[in-house]
Design a protein around this ligand. Structure first.
Ligand code: G3H
Length: 530
C-alpha cells in the first residue's frame, strides 16, 4: 500500500519574503499588502499535515503596475531610449552579466522550484540549465541576425538596408509549470531585441525570482525591466486597457488570453505570443511496439505529474493491443515512486494549484459514473495536495476527461477499432498543439502524418510530445497557441523589420555613404558585430 508523501521538516531556510520589487532600475521597497506563498508538499505537525508557508510576495495593485508601465514606456522613449538604441553588443553584454549572476544562485532557484511547485530535483536542475543554454543560444542567434543586417540589398534601382527593430513595451507573463524557463524564453528575446518590459512572474513558482531581483536591477538600464508581483487580473487589466502595451507574452488558458486581449483598445496594435491549452492525443495502433509505446506514454503523460502543456492528455489505443497496453502501463504507473521532490527516486509529487485534487477527483468520479474503470490498484485516491496517478479505461465522449485538459496525473484511455475515430477526435478538437503516433506500419503512419500535420504543430513518431530541442519551432493550431517560439523565432516575435531605402544613383549613394562614414545613424550602419 502506497502512502501519501509527508515532509518531516519545515522549509525554514527558504523563508523568502519579497519586500521589494524592481522598478526603474532600482530595488524599490514594498510595504503594502502581501500574499503568502505555500508549498504543495505537506509537512507533518502536531495539528496534522500542513502546507508550509515559504514566504510572501507583494500584493501590488493597479497603481503599482501603472508605475511599472510608465517606467517601461519612458525607457523605451519611442524607440530612442538608451536600451532600444543601444548597440546589440551592449545589450548582449547586459544579458551575459545577468547569466553570470544567475549561475551564482542556481541552487537557490532549484530549491525553490522543488518547494514551490513540487518539481523533482533532476527536472528542476534541467529547467535551470536548459534556460541558461537557451539564453546563450539566443545570444548566438542574435549575433547571426546582426551580421546579416549589415548588408544592403539592391532591387529595381532601389537600395535598402533591412533591420529588425523592437516593438515597444512588452508585457511578459509566465506559467507555473515552467516558471523560469517559459518566462525567460520570452523575456530575454524581448529584451535582446530592444523592447522594455513589464514582467509579472507566474502565480506559483514566484519566489524563485527573488534571488534574481538584484541582477535584474543591476544588469539593465533604468526602466528596462520592471517587475510586478500580485494577482494577475488586479494588476494587468488596467495596463492592458491603456493600449500602451505593444506585445504580450502569455502562457495559460485561451480564455485568459482572449480576456486580456479584449481589454486592449487597439487589438490590431498588440502582438500576442501565446502558449495555451492543449489536449495532446497519443494514438497507439495494433502494430505498435508495446514496450516503446508504453514507456513513451508513461513519461509523456506523467512527467511532472502531467503538468506540462505538451503532456499526452488522452491515449487512443486500438483494440488488438488495448489489454496488453493497459496492463503494462498500469504496471509502469504503479512503479512510479510517490514522494517529496528532493528524494532521489521520486517521480510523482504534490500539486501546487489550489483546489486541484478536488478538480481531478471530479473528473474521475464523472468518468466512473459514466462507465469508466480505474486500471491501476493505487489509482483514484487523493489527500490534500496529492493526487495518485490514475489510469482510466473505457473513456468515452460522454465524459469530461475526454474533453477537458486535466493538467494533472490522470491518464484516460479510449479504445478504438477504426483509425477514423482518433482522426475525428483530432479534427474536432478545439486544440491543436501536438500528437504522438505509435505504429510500425509505414503506410498507415504516412497517412496519419498527412492528416495530423493539418491539425497540430508537431507530429511525434513513436515518441512522446515535447517542446525541445529549443531550436525547433514550438507552436500550436486552433486554441493552443498564437505565434511560434524557438531560439530563432522568439527574436522575430518581439521585433519587426524596418527598412531604409534610397535610389541607387550617385547622389543618394553619396549621401548615405556620408551617413555611414560619420556613423550618424544607429540603423543605417555597417558596423560589424563579431
Ligand atoms: O508546458 C509546456 C512546456 O513548454 C513543455 O516543454 O515538452 O520540454 O516539457 P517540455
Amino acid at each position: 500500500m502506497k502512502t501519501f508523501p509527508r515532509c518531516t521538516f519545515v522549509a525554514q531556510p527558504l523563508q523568502s519574503h519579497v519586500s521589494y520589487t524592481v522598478l526603474n532600475g532600482k530595488l524599490v521597497p514594498w510595504d503594502g499588502p502581501t500574499i503568502p506563498v505555500y508549498s504543495p508538499s505537506m509537512v507533518e505537525s502536531s495539528d496534522g499535515p500542513q502546507r508550509t508557508c515559504l514566504g510572501s510576495i507583494p500584493r501590488m495593485d493597479s497603481i503599482a503596475s501603472m508605475k511599472a508601465l510608465d517606467a517601461a514606456e519612458q525607457a523605451f522613449d519611442n524607440g530612442l531610449g538608451a536600451w532600444p538604441s543601444a548597440s546589440m553588443a551592449s545589450r548582449v553584454e547586459s544579458v551575459e552579466a545577468f547569466i553570470k549572476a544567475m549561475l551564482l544562485v542556481r541552487e537557490d532557484v532549484v530549491n525553490l522550484l522543488m518547494w514551490e511547485i513540487g518539481k523533482v530535483r533532476p527536472d528542476a536542475e534541467k529547467e535551470f540549465d536548459r534556460t541558461v543554454d537557451y539564453l546563450r543560444d539566443t545570444i548566438q542567434s542574435v549575433k547571426a541576425m546582426e551580421r546579416e543586417a549589415i548588408h544592403f540589398r539592391e532591387e529595381g534601382g532601389i537600395l535598402a538596408q533591412v533591420r529588425r527593430v523592437p516593438l515597444g513595451v512588452a508585457l511578459i507573463m509566465g506559467p507555473y509549470n515552467y516558471p523560469l524557463n517559459e518566462t525567460f524564453t520570452t523575456l530575454f528575446p524581448a529584451l535582446l531585441m530592444g523592447n522594455t518590459v513589464v514582467f509579472k512572474p507566474a502565480k506559483y513558482g514566484v519566489l524563485l525570482i527573488t534571488p534574481l531581483l538584484e541582477a535584474f536591477a543591476n544588469c539593465f538600464p533604468p526602466g528596462v525591466v520592471n517587475i510586478i508581483f500580485g494577482r494577475g487580473r488586479e494588476m494587468v487589466s488596467k495596463i492592458m486597457e491603456t493600449g500602451r502595451i505593444h506585445t504580450m507574452a502569455f502562457i495559460g488558458t485561451h480564455k485568459g488570453a482572449s480576456d486580456l486581449k479584449r481589454l486592449h483598445p487597439h487589438p490590431h496594435r498588440l502582438r500576442a505570443v501565446l502558449g495555451l491549452d492543449a489536449k495532446n492525443p497519443g494514438v497507439v495502433m495494433d502494430d505498435a511496439d508495446l514496450n516503446l509505446s508504453v514507456s513513451q506514454a508513461l513519461a509523456g503523460s506523467l512527467s511532472f505529474n502531467g503538468q506540462r502543456c505538451t503532456a499526452l492528455k488522452i491515449l487512443w489505443v486500438q483494440k488488438g493491443i488495448h489489454d496488453a497496453f493497459v496492463a503494462k502501463l498500469a504496471e509502469g504507473i504503479e512503479g512510479l515512486a510517490w514522494g517529496l521532490p528532493w528524494e532521489a527516486s521520486t517521480k510523482i509529487t504534490a500539486l501546487p494549484e489550489d483546489g486541484k485534487t478536488a478538480y481531478l477527483d471530479g473528473l474521475v468520479q464523472d468518468a466512473l459514473a459514466k462507465g469508466a474503470r480505474i486500471a491501476n490498484p493505487s489509482g483514484g485516491v487523493f489527500d490534500e495536495t496529492f493526487y495518485a496517478p490514475t489510469l482510466l479505461t473505457g473513456v468515452t465522449s460522454e465524459m469530461r476527461i475526454y474533453h477537458e485538459e486535466q493538467f494533472g496525473p490522470v491518464v484516460p484511455i479510449v479504445a478504438f477499432e477504426d483509425i477514423q475515430e482518433p482522426i475525428q477526435y483530432g479534427v474536432e478538437s478545439p486544440y491543436g498543439q501536438q500528437v504522438s503516433l505509435f505504429t510500425k506500419n509505414p503506410h498507415s503512419l504516412g497517412r496519419l502524418v498527412d492528416v495530423f500535420v493539418q491539425q497540430v504543430g508537431r507530429v511525434n513518431i513513436n515518441a512522446q510530445c515535447q517542446r525541445g530541442p529549443d531550436t525547433f519551432p514550438f507552436n500550436g493550431r486552433k486554441d493552443s497557441a498564437e505565434g511560434t517560439l524557438s531560439v530563432y523565432d522568439a527574436l522575430r516575435a518581439f521585433s519587426i523589420r524596418s527598412l531604409v531605402s534610397f535610389a541607387s544613383n550617385g547622389d543618394q549613394k553619396g549621401l548615405v555613404s556620408e551617413v555611414l562614414s560619420h556613423r550618424s545613424s544607429q540603423f543605417l550602419s555597417t558596423d560589424f558585430y563579431l
